[in-house]
Write a protein that binds this ligand. Structure first.
Ligand code: ATR
Length: 289
């Protein structure tokens, strides 16, 4: 038996996972914290999530990062889940605990940690616009609203989906926070301090505001534009935002690293430092790796 087969086993499961940076991130965390483990890519067929998870556990697997398109199924599959996974209605993490899978969702907390540690912004008291109402938006809305923005607007190409999410999350807003929805076209004349692109248009390279038919001048003075994707996928939206006067633009690489750190802590009981890993990944992506 090879040595590696006896190590605690983790993986990222998705469809596709070939380009996932998660194995690199968790390998860097493991090295930095002195934890011996393996972390691999686990591709699953679209109709085979539960089976692939079961086979992974039968082979000794202890934890999974769960990515597109399985985040809703992940929550359904787990025997128990964290409050934040329940409230998002989606999960990005599985941990084997006491003979069953426990699901968590670290995406929203990862975003807030990126805001606090790397971007240097806080959505408390701010006017926030979230573009998109899919799975990615679900993961971040609860934690964003809990911080107490002044106003959180969800805008989506299909307005009904934005309305459904607003209904789901508005009840969690504290006094002083207004949650509402607007069609893209109605955003004209509105100004926001933070504009977050959670649409999957980025992945198709079509997320510039022009391509999404967003009105001009959405950015208040000093505003932040943030894309949940990272690297080249975020370029269309962030390039458009910069041209539109966003004072600061950030991609979602910091969120990716922060949400992974929270997964690592759940699995291993150690919270790894994120700054060196984020710097390392930026260098690798910059070098075209
Ligand atoms: P994810 O899990 O990545 O959020 P999803 O649940 O399929 O994926 O949601 C995709 C989101 O991106 C939706 O808000 C979608 O808008 P619709 O609800 O109108 O489909 C949005 N989206 C995808 N392509 C888009 C485009 N070209 N322009 C605007 N919005 C787009």
């Amino acid at each position: 038996m090879s040595h590696s087969s006896t190590l605690p086993r983790y993986a990222v499961i998705g469809h596709p996972v070939a380009h996932s940076r998660s194995p690199r991130i968790h390998a860097l965390f493991a090295a930095a914290t002195g934890q011996a483990l393996t972390y691999e890519r686990l591709p699953a067929p679209l109709d085979g999530f539960a089976r692939t998870v079961r086979e992974f556990h039968d082979a000794g697997g202890l934890g999974l990062s769960v990515t597109v398109p399985f985040k809703l199924e992940c929550l359904e599959l787990a025997a128990t889940a964290s409050e934040r996974a329940h409230s998002a209605g989606a999960a990005n993490t599985l941990a084997w605990r006491g003979g069953a899978w426990f699901a968590d969702n670290t995406d929203g907390a990862g975003l807030l940690n990126d805001f606090a540690r790397h971007v240097g912004i806080d959505d408390r008291g701010r006017d926030v616009l979230v573009l998109g109402a899919g799975g990615a938006a679900r993961g971040i809305l609860g934690p964003l609203i809990a911080q107490g923005p002044r106003r959180l607007v969800i805008a989506n190409r299909t307005p009904e989906k934005a309305a459904a999410l607003a209904q789901l999350f508005a009840g969690r807003a504290g006094r002083g926070t207004v949650v509402s929805t607007m069609p893209f076209a109605a955003l004209g004349g509105q100004r926001f301090d933070i504009v977050i692109n959670s649409t999957s248009a980025s992945l198709g390279g079509a997320a510039s505001g022009d391509a999404m038919h967003l009105p001009p001048a959405l950015f208040a003075p000093g505003a932040l534009a943030y894309d949940l994707t990272y690297g080249p996928a975020s370029a269309a939206f962030l390039g458009w935002a910069a041209r539109e006067g966003a004072a600061r633009c950030a991609d979602g690489l910091g969120m990716l690293v922060e949400q992974a750190a929270l997964q690592f802590e759940l699995w291993r009981g150690v919270l790894p430092a994120t700054d060196p890993v984020l710097a390392q990944l930026r260098a690798e992506i910059g070098a075209g790796q």
